[in-house]
Structures are given as C-alpha cells and as structure tokens.
Design a protein around this ligand. Structure first.
Ligand SMILES: Cc1cc2nc3c(=O)[nH]c(=O)nc-3n(C[C@H](O)[C@H](O)[C@H](O)COP(=O)(O)O)c2cc1C
Ligand code: SF4
Length: 482
C-alpha cells in the first residue's frame, strides 16, 4: 500500500461514548426514509469483498455467516460485496449473472432478516469489470502476447515475425521503450488491462448497448432473491467509473464532456429502475474524487450527484480513489491491484498518513455534493464513508449536514457489534479498528478476509468456523451485553 511522504502515525482512541439515552436521541440512530429506501438508522456497512464465494461465484455458508454477523449488530443497511453481473468465471467473487444464482442469494437475504430481527436492510452492489491479465514473463510476452505491427517492423528493419520477436526479447529496456508503443510497454510491465476507450475491440465498443440490459437483469434477480435494494457500482477501477471518468475519451457519444460521460450511467440506472420498479431501492456508489492525474475531481462530483438525484436514485454513496491508473507495478505472475497507489490510499487510508489523517477524508467532498443536490431541490440521501469509527465523529457528519448516512466499512469488520454496543450505551466495549489494512492485504491476495483484532482469538473454542488452513477464525467473536 502506498504511504504519503509525511508518514505520520495515527491511533484510534475514543474517550467519549454516548449513554443509551443520548444514542436514542441521536441522528445516527434515527430512521430515514427516501423513495424506496427505509432505514431503521442512518448507519451503513459499505460493500466489502470477503472472498468467501465458491470458485463459480455461488453463495457459501461462510458468506451467509459473514452477512448474518454484520446484521446481528443491526446497522441500518448492509451492502453485499461487489457481485458480478455477467455469467463469466471470476473466481470466488459472488455472481448474479444468471438465474441459477438466485437461490443462493436468497440465503443471504433471509439470514440478514433473521439476524437483525428485520432491522437491517440488505442491498447488493452490482459490478461490471473489464479484463485484466497478470504481468507476463518478458520471454512469454515477446514470444506469444505481443501483436507484431508495422511500428516494430520499421523500427527494427525486419519483416520476419519470429526474428522480430527474438530481437525484441533481447533489446535493453531503454531501446525497447523507443520501439514499443506506450500501451505495449504497459502490457509488458503491468499486464494487459482493457479500458473503456479500447473501442477497436468490438466487445468494448458495444458496452453502451449491452450494459443497461446486464445491470437490469442482475437487478431483477436481486429483487427475486429478496434484496431491499441494489447499489450500482460506479466507483473505483471498474467499468462504470471508467465511463464517468474525465479520462474517458470515447468519441461515440459516451465519452468526452461530462454530459456524454453521464449518459451510460444514467441509461443503466433507468434500465434498472424499469426492471425492479419503485419499491426496490436503487442507488449508486461513485467517486467524489478519483485522486489521479487527469481524473474527476471535486469540480464534477456535485454535477454528477445532482444528475443522479434528478434521475431519481434513492441514495448516493460516495467513495474516493481506488484506481488502476496509479497502481503499483505488480510482480511477474501477479495482477495490478487498484488500491496500491495514492488513489488506493485515499480509498482505504491506513494509520500511517499525511497530516490530514486517515479519518473522514471524504467528509468535506460529501458536503459539497450534498449541498449541490439540496440546492437543486432534491432530498437524495448521501452516504459518507472513510475512517469512520467514533460516535461523535459520525454524529457530527450528520449534524453538520455533510451527509445523511454514515458508512463504517473496516470499523464494522473490526467490530460488527459497533452499532449494538453504541446504541445500548456500551461504546466503551467497542473494538476499534486500527486502520492497519491487514484485511485489505488479504483482499489483495484474494484470501478470506478477516480482522487481525480477532481472527486468532479463541481459535479452538467449540463451534468456531475457521479458514481452510485452520489458522484464522472467520467471524468476530460474539458479544454478550453485561
Ligand atoms: C476488504 C475490503 C473489501 C472491499 N470491497 C469493496 C467492494 O466490494 N466494493 C466497494 O465499493 N468498496 C469496497 N471496499 C471499500 C470499502 O467499502 C470502503 O469504501 C473503504 O474501506 C473505506 O471505508 P472505511 O474507512 O470505513 O473502511 C472494500 C474495503 C475492504 C477493506
Ligand atoms: S484488519 Fe481489522 S483493525 Fe486492521 S484495518 Fe482491517 S478491520 Fe481495521
């Protein structure tokens, strides 16, 4: 994970927690209704991929237990991890690209309903992503992957393909930079990665034609599985965020100026709304700031939010960063991971930070989007996420009108009972996230995500579910109020 040059170490320590009366009177624990979204409190667990699905994308008992564990704390809403809308293999990531996935997903909705006594709404994050390959062995790249073009022929003065490949493989790095196109260098050094601007590839050119239908079908399945809502993943490094990005230079009417970049996200939203009707919550997650050179900034974030509010979304969740554009170079045989550069730090800031610190970096940007949406006459609720762990901190965000709902991702992973403890006046018993990003390291390796604060605790107690190697428990220990 990238660390800012200042490297200031922050520690989470909370000295004041509310008693039960104060919690009951707070905005955080007050209900919120807007459109099809009806929350018992303004607390939210954002999407977190735990790598617990089967290799074929089906729900496992580990998935069911993971979501039931969050629901036992009774936050207002839990968003199920990014779930693939296509019927294509994608490793142990949940999938919703075919009706055969519905039965498994139903297990999640009923488990959450039961564990929360009906108090927690369950939404599912719908994702589309483009193809990415591992960084190749240079020899293999020149032997097989590189497509030989006139540029190479001319630069080397050779015509025989085998000879060109062999010559390229033997060139020193500096000379190679002069012969290969910038994109080919990237393919060699980072691994091939598709972009929405690769419109010479027919399946990329046709994305605007196919994505509304794919998202709508996935949302219809989410409804059939009993989800209360869907969150369209328009954030981070994935297809829809790439359409929204200032880096999208498509010339087919879906790139260039902001109005064109908004076109597909709005078409997807309309198709989804039509598929699920008005009684399923439909919202999205997008980036208040892409935090990359040449990307979207706070300049367009309020305009994007207003366009989504005007279209009729039931909620808008704001994240930041998390892009491939500034990701660290992966090792040979590994894929680039979009949370390794500065934008990754902005998305999941760790305890070692710049002077601003890891807490609430997205609050002011949320406030700007919130203000713009209200000024335009819409009441669409905004979810603020990032470094939230204390009651006073969350309550201040709501009281100051920066957002309407507060999301706790890693804090909920560190202690899924945060909500129950704070609501009942037991805040002092909260296990505070240390922002170590141990969990994020597991995510990067596609390993079962757990928290280092509890995953070795009472490992051999009866009934404790463990990872396949038996070394970590998969769920936070139960909390019984004293
Ligand atoms: C293990 C892990 C998996 C994540 N998976 C997703 C995801 O599937 N979709 C998403 O939008 N964000 C994902 N995130 C980002 C979080 O939702 C959240 O935006 C981020 O962790 C910052 O919030 P926090 O400081 O409360 O943790 C993930 C974060 C973690 C730690
Ligand atoms: S491993 Fe636990 S303590 Fe560390 S960042 Fe993740 S949730 Fe927080």
């Amino acid at each position: 994970m990238w660390k800012p040059p200042e490297k200031i170490k922050f520690e989470t320590a909370v000295t004041t927690w509310p008693n039960a009366e104060r919690a009951a009177a707070s905005l955080l624990f007050s209900p919120l209704s807007h459109g099809a979204m009806h929350l018992s409190s303004r607390s939210w667990v954002p999407a977190m991929v735990p790598w617990r699905a089967t290799e074929d994308g089906y729900v496992t008992q580990h998935n069911v237990d993971w979501y039931a564990r969050f629901a036992a704390g009774r936050p207002g809403a839990v968003v199920v991890e990014a779930t693939g809308i296509r019927d294509v293999p994608s490793g142990p990531l949940l999938r919703i690209g075919h009706d055969r996935f519905i039965d498994g997903l139903k297990r999640l909705t009923s488990a959450v309903r039961e564990a929360s006594g009906g108090q927690t709404r369950l939404y599912i994050q719908l994702i589309d992503f483009l193809s990415i390959r591992r960084r190749p062995e240079p020899a293999k790249f020149f032997e097989r992957f590189l497509h030989i073009t006139d540029r190479h022929r001319q630069a080397l003065g050779l015509t025989d393909e085998a000879q060109i490949r062999a010559t390229l493989a033997g060139l020193p790095a500096e000379r190679l930079r002069a012969v290969l196109a910038p994109r080919e260098i990237e393919d060699l050094e980072f691994g091939f990665r598709e972009r929405v601007t690769d419109t010479h590839l027919p399946h990329i050119a046709e994305l605007p034609a196919v994505l509304p239908g794919l998202f709508a079908d996935a949302a219809r399945r989410a409804r059939a599985a009993g989800f209360d809502g869907v969150e369209l993943h328009y954030a981070h490094a994935y297809t829809m965020a790439s359409f929204l990005s200032r880096t999208n230079t498509r010339t087919d009417g879906y790139g260039g100026d902001l109005a064109n970049r908004l076109k597909l996200p709005l078409e997807v939203y309309r198709a989804v709304r039509q598929a699920v009707g008005d009684d399923v919550a439909v919202g999205c997650r997008y980036l208040a700031d892409e935090c990359i050179d040449g990307g979207n900034t706070l300049e367009e974030a309020p305009q994007i939010g207003t366009a989504f509010a005007q279209a009729g979304m039931d909620f808008i969740s704001l994240s930041r960063g998390g892009k491939f554009d500034d990701a660290k170079q992966p090792r040979v045989g590994e894929s680039a991971y979009p949370y390794t550069g500065r934008s990754g730090f902005e998305c999941m800031p760790g305890a070692i930070s710049d002077s601003f610190g890891p807490f609430g970096r997205n609050v002011e940007p949320c406030g700007l989007v919130h203000d713009a949406i209200r000024a335009a006459g819409y009441q669409t609720p905004i979810v603020a996420v990032g470094g939230m762990h204390a009651f006073d901190q969350a309550e201040a965000v709501l009281q100051q009108g920066k957002a309407d709902i507060v999301g706790f991702a890693r804090q909920a992973l560190a202690d899924p009972d945060w909500f129950a403890k704070v609501r009942s006046g037991h805040g002092a018993a909260v296990r505070l996230c240390q922002y170590s990003n141990y969990c994020e390291g597991l995510d990067q390796k596609h390993k079962t995500v757990t928290c280092q604060l509890w995953d070795r605790e009472e490992l051999n107690a009866p009934g404790v579910a463990k990872t396949a190697d038996g070394k970590r428990r998969t769920l936070a220990p139960r909390w019984t109020p004293t």
